[in-house]
Write a protein of this length. Structure first.
Length: 270
Protein backbone atom coordinates (compact mmCIF):
# COMPACT_ATOMS: atom_id res chain seq x y z
CA UNK A 1 0.00 0.00 0.00
CA UNK A 2 1.30 3.44 -0.90
CA UNK A 3 2.11 5.84 1.89
CA UNK A 4 -0.55 8.28 0.74
CA UNK A 5 -3.17 5.52 0.74
CA UNK A 6 -2.05 4.34 4.17
CA UNK A 7 -2.21 7.90 5.49
CA UNK A 8 -5.72 8.37 4.12
CA UNK A 9 -6.81 5.05 5.64
CA UNK A 10 -5.38 5.94 9.05
CA UNK A 11 -6.97 9.38 8.90
CA UNK A 12 -10.33 7.89 7.96
CA UNK A 13 -10.19 5.30 10.76
CA UNK A 14 -9.09 7.98 13.21
CA UNK A 15 -12.00 10.27 12.31
CA UNK A 16 -14.42 7.34 12.47
CA UNK A 17 -13.17 6.46 15.96
CA UNK A 18 -13.55 10.06 17.14
CA UNK A 19 -17.13 10.13 15.87
CA UNK A 20 -17.93 6.76 17.44
CA UNK A 21 -16.17 7.44 20.77
CA UNK A 22 -19.10 9.30 22.44
CA UNK A 23 -21.38 6.34 21.64
CA UNK A 24 -18.77 3.91 22.93
CA UNK A 25 -18.37 5.90 26.14
CA UNK A 26 -22.14 6.00 26.59
CA UNK A 27 -22.31 2.20 26.27
CA UNK A 28 -19.48 1.77 28.78
CA UNK A 29 -21.13 4.17 31.24
CA UNK A 30 -24.41 2.28 30.99
CA UNK A 31 -22.75 -0.70 32.73
CA UNK A 32 -21.26 1.37 35.57
CA UNK A 33 -22.66 2.26 38.93
CA UNK A 34 -23.57 5.90 39.51
CA UNK A 35 -20.48 6.35 41.70
CA UNK A 36 -18.19 4.96 39.01
CA UNK A 37 -19.91 6.97 36.29
CA UNK A 38 -19.51 10.22 38.21
CA UNK A 39 -15.92 9.67 39.36
CA UNK A 40 -13.11 11.99 38.25
CA UNK A 41 -10.82 11.04 36.62
CA UNK A 42 -12.98 8.54 34.73
CA UNK A 43 -12.63 4.89 35.74
CA UNK A 44 -11.62 2.69 32.82
CA UNK A 45 -11.50 -0.63 34.67
CA UNK A 46 -14.60 -1.50 36.69
CA UNK A 47 -16.93 -4.37 37.49
CA UNK A 48 -19.83 -4.24 35.00
CA UNK A 49 -23.33 -4.15 36.43
CA UNK A 50 -26.85 -4.27 35.02
CA UNK A 51 -28.34 -2.22 37.86
CA UNK A 52 -28.78 0.90 35.75
CA UNK A 53 -30.46 -0.99 32.91
CA UNK A 54 -32.72 -2.83 35.35
CA UNK A 55 -33.82 0.48 36.86
CA UNK A 56 -34.48 1.92 33.40
CA UNK A 57 -36.87 -0.96 32.63
CA UNK A 58 -38.45 -0.74 36.07
CA UNK A 59 -39.01 3.02 35.97
CA UNK A 60 -42.46 3.84 34.65
CA UNK A 61 -43.92 2.36 31.48
CA UNK A 62 -40.81 2.02 29.32
CA UNK A 63 -42.80 0.26 26.60
CA UNK A 64 -45.16 3.25 26.46
CA UNK A 65 -42.29 5.62 25.65
CA UNK A 66 -41.01 3.21 22.98
CA UNK A 67 -44.48 2.95 21.43
CA UNK A 68 -44.84 6.74 21.34
CA UNK A 69 -41.44 7.10 19.65
CA UNK A 70 -42.29 4.46 17.04
CA UNK A 71 -45.69 6.02 16.25
CA UNK A 72 -44.30 9.56 16.10
CA UNK A 73 -41.27 8.68 13.97
CA UNK A 74 -42.94 6.31 11.50
CA UNK A 75 -46.19 8.30 11.34
CA UNK A 76 -44.44 11.58 10.58
CA UNK A 77 -42.17 9.87 8.03
CA UNK A 78 -45.15 8.36 6.23
CA UNK A 79 -46.86 11.76 6.11
CA UNK A 80 -43.65 13.35 4.79
CA UNK A 81 -43.48 10.87 1.91
CA UNK A 82 -47.19 11.24 1.10
CA UNK A 83 -46.78 15.00 0.66
CA UNK A 84 -43.13 15.22 -0.47
CA UNK A 85 -43.31 12.70 -3.35
CA UNK A 86 -46.00 14.54 -5.38
CA UNK A 87 -44.47 17.93 -4.50
CA UNK A 88 -41.02 16.86 -5.68
CA UNK A 89 -42.56 15.20 -8.76
CA UNK A 90 -44.30 18.43 -9.75
CA UNK A 91 -41.23 20.60 -9.16
CA UNK A 92 -38.86 18.21 -10.94
CA UNK A 93 -40.81 17.46 -14.12
CA UNK A 94 -43.21 20.42 -14.37
CA UNK A 95 -41.22 23.36 -12.96
CA UNK A 96 -42.62 26.87 -13.01
CA UNK A 97 -40.93 30.25 -12.80
CA UNK A 98 -41.35 30.18 -9.01
CA UNK A 99 -40.08 26.65 -8.41
CA UNK A 100 -36.60 27.71 -7.32
CA UNK A 101 -38.03 30.45 -5.10
CA UNK A 102 -40.44 27.98 -3.51
CA UNK A 103 -37.64 25.52 -2.81
CA UNK A 104 -35.51 28.26 -1.29
CA UNK A 105 -38.40 29.44 0.87
CA UNK A 106 -39.08 25.90 2.08
CA UNK A 107 -35.50 25.21 3.11
CA UNK A 108 -35.21 28.67 4.71
CA UNK A 109 -37.75 27.58 7.33
CA UNK A 110 -35.10 25.15 8.63
CA UNK A 111 -32.76 28.07 9.35
CA UNK A 112 -35.02 29.63 11.98
CA UNK A 113 -34.33 28.57 15.59
CA UNK A 114 -37.16 26.41 16.91
CA UNK A 115 -37.31 28.42 20.12
CA UNK A 116 -38.39 31.44 18.04
CA UNK A 117 -41.77 29.86 17.27
CA UNK A 118 -42.29 27.71 20.36
CA UNK A 119 -44.79 30.12 21.99
CA UNK A 120 -47.22 30.44 19.02
CA UNK A 121 -47.02 26.71 18.30
CA UNK A 122 -47.61 25.91 21.97
CA UNK A 123 -50.67 28.17 22.03
CA UNK A 124 -52.03 26.66 18.80
CA UNK A 125 -51.58 23.15 20.15
CA UNK A 126 -53.20 24.16 23.43
CA UNK A 127 -56.21 25.63 21.65
CA UNK A 128 -56.65 22.57 19.40
CA UNK A 129 -56.15 19.96 22.12
CA UNK A 130 -52.90 18.64 20.63
CA UNK A 131 -50.75 19.20 23.71
CA UNK A 132 -49.44 15.89 25.09
CA UNK A 133 -51.17 14.18 22.18
CA UNK A 134 -49.40 11.69 19.93
CA UNK A 135 -51.18 13.19 16.91
CA UNK A 136 -49.66 16.57 17.74
CA UNK A 137 -46.21 15.01 17.96
CA UNK A 138 -46.65 13.33 14.57
CA UNK A 139 -47.79 16.65 13.10
CA UNK A 140 -44.90 18.73 14.43
CA UNK A 141 -42.32 16.14 13.31
CA UNK A 142 -43.98 16.02 9.89
CA UNK A 143 -43.81 19.80 9.50
CA UNK A 144 -40.23 19.83 10.77
CA UNK A 145 -38.98 17.28 8.22
CA UNK A 146 -41.16 18.09 5.19
CA UNK A 147 -38.86 20.78 3.65
CA UNK A 148 -35.87 18.45 3.88
CA UNK A 149 -37.83 15.55 2.38
CA UNK A 150 -39.01 17.67 -0.57
CA UNK A 151 -35.47 18.90 -1.24
CA UNK A 152 -33.97 15.40 -1.14
CA UNK A 153 -36.63 13.85 -3.35
CA UNK A 154 -36.46 16.79 -5.76
CA UNK A 155 -32.71 16.15 -6.13
CA UNK A 156 -33.25 12.42 -6.75
CA UNK A 157 -36.10 12.92 -9.22
CA UNK A 158 -34.04 15.41 -11.22
CA UNK A 159 -31.56 12.61 -11.94
CA UNK A 160 -34.25 10.50 -13.63
CA UNK A 161 -34.41 11.21 -17.40
CA UNK A 162 -37.62 12.96 -18.36
CA UNK A 163 -37.66 10.96 -21.61
CA UNK A 164 -38.68 7.85 -19.66
CA UNK A 165 -41.82 9.55 -18.40
CA UNK A 166 -42.53 11.02 -21.83
CA UNK A 167 -42.36 7.54 -23.35
CA UNK A 168 -44.81 6.31 -20.72
CA UNK A 169 -47.20 9.16 -21.55
CA UNK A 170 -47.02 8.28 -25.25
CA UNK A 171 -48.10 4.76 -24.29
CA UNK A 172 -51.12 6.21 -22.50
CA UNK A 173 -49.90 6.22 -18.90
CA UNK A 174 -51.51 8.73 -16.58
CA UNK A 175 -49.95 10.52 -13.61
CA UNK A 176 -50.68 7.69 -11.17
CA UNK A 177 -49.24 5.11 -13.57
CA UNK A 178 -46.10 7.25 -14.02
CA UNK A 179 -45.63 7.48 -10.27
CA UNK A 180 -46.43 3.86 -9.50
CA UNK A 181 -44.72 2.00 -12.32
CA UNK A 182 -41.95 4.36 -13.51
CA UNK A 183 -40.89 7.01 -11.00
CA UNK A 184 -41.18 5.25 -7.64
CA UNK A 185 -39.34 2.03 -8.68
CA UNK A 186 -36.54 4.10 -10.25
CA UNK A 187 -36.19 6.30 -7.16
CA UNK A 188 -36.40 3.61 -4.46
CA UNK A 189 -32.86 4.30 -3.15
CA UNK A 190 -33.58 8.02 -2.84
CA UNK A 191 -36.97 7.44 -1.22
CA UNK A 192 -35.46 4.92 1.22
CA UNK A 193 -32.67 7.26 2.25
CA UNK A 194 -35.15 10.14 2.65
CA UNK A 195 -37.45 7.99 4.78
CA UNK A 196 -34.54 6.79 6.93
CA UNK A 197 -33.25 10.32 7.49
CA UNK A 198 -36.72 11.61 8.42
CA UNK A 199 -37.18 8.69 10.82
CA UNK A 200 -33.83 9.34 12.50
CA UNK A 201 -34.51 13.07 12.86
CA UNK A 202 -37.96 12.42 14.33
CA UNK A 203 -36.69 9.66 16.63
CA UNK A 204 -33.92 11.88 18.03
CA UNK A 205 -35.94 15.11 18.29
CA UNK A 206 -35.97 16.32 21.89
CA UNK A 207 -36.82 20.04 21.83
CA UNK A 208 -40.39 19.74 20.59
CA UNK A 209 -40.96 16.54 22.57
CA UNK A 210 -40.02 18.28 25.82
CA UNK A 211 -42.13 21.35 25.01
CA UNK A 212 -45.29 19.70 23.71
CA UNK A 213 -45.58 16.48 25.73
CA UNK A 214 -45.74 15.57 29.40
CA UNK A 215 -46.72 11.95 30.01
CA UNK A 216 -49.34 10.59 27.60
CA UNK A 217 -47.44 11.21 24.35
CA UNK A 218 -43.89 11.45 25.71
CA UNK A 219 -41.31 9.64 23.52
CA UNK A 220 -37.96 8.18 24.54
CA UNK A 221 -36.18 11.55 24.42
CA UNK A 222 -38.42 12.77 27.26
CA UNK A 223 -37.81 9.52 29.13
CA UNK A 224 -34.04 10.07 28.89
CA UNK A 225 -34.38 13.66 30.12
CA UNK A 226 -36.33 12.43 33.17
CA UNK A 227 -33.09 11.14 34.68
CA UNK A 228 -32.05 14.71 35.34
CA UNK A 229 -33.31 15.56 38.83
CA UNK A 230 -32.78 18.23 41.46
CA UNK A 231 -29.99 16.08 42.90
CA UNK A 232 -28.15 16.19 39.56
CA UNK A 233 -27.82 13.92 36.57
CA UNK A 234 -27.85 10.16 36.96
CA UNK A 235 -25.20 9.49 34.32
CA UNK A 236 -25.30 5.69 34.39
CA UNK A 237 -29.08 5.46 34.15
CA UNK A 238 -29.22 8.18 31.51
CA UNK A 239 -26.57 6.33 29.48
CA UNK A 240 -28.53 3.09 29.83
CA UNK A 241 -31.73 4.75 28.65
CA UNK A 242 -29.86 6.39 25.75
CA UNK A 243 -28.28 3.09 24.72
CA UNK A 244 -31.68 1.40 24.64
CA UNK A 245 -33.13 4.35 22.71
CA UNK A 246 -30.54 4.37 19.92
CA UNK A 247 -30.56 0.58 19.52
CA UNK A 248 -33.63 0.31 17.24
CA UNK A 249 -32.58 3.21 15.01
CA UNK A 250 -29.04 1.80 14.65
CA UNK A 251 -30.45 -1.58 13.64
CA UNK A 252 -32.75 0.14 11.14
CA UNK A 253 -29.78 2.02 9.69
CA UNK A 254 -27.79 -1.19 9.30
CA UNK A 255 -30.72 -2.96 7.68
CA UNK A 256 -31.18 -0.14 5.16
CA UNK A 257 -27.56 0.87 4.66
CA UNK A 258 -27.50 -0.46 1.09
CA UNK A 259 -30.41 1.76 0.11
CA UNK A 260 -29.00 4.63 2.16
CA UNK A 261 -25.62 4.58 0.40
CA UNK A 262 -27.25 4.24 -3.01
CA UNK A 263 -29.63 7.08 -2.20
CA UNK A 264 -26.96 9.45 -0.94
CA UNK A 265 -24.80 8.81 -4.03
CA UNK A 266 -27.74 8.83 -6.46
CA UNK A 267 -26.62 10.51 -9.66
CA UNK A 268 -23.05 11.03 -8.44
CA UNK A 269 -21.59 8.89 -11.23
CA UNK A 270 -22.94 9.24 -14.74
Amino acid sequence: MKRSHLGHALLGHGLAFLMFFPILWMIITAFKTEIDAFSMPPILFFEPTLSSLNEVFARGSYSKFVTNSVIAALGSTALCLVFAVPAAYQMSFFPSKRTNSTLLWMISTKMMPAVGVVIPIYLIFQATGLLDNILGLVLIFFLMNLPLAVWMLYTYFKEIPNEILEAARVDGAGIMEELRFILLPAAIPGIASTALLCTILAWNESFWSLQLTASNAAPLTVFIASFKAAEGMFWAKMSGASMLAIGPIVLLGWAMQRHLVRGLTFGAVK
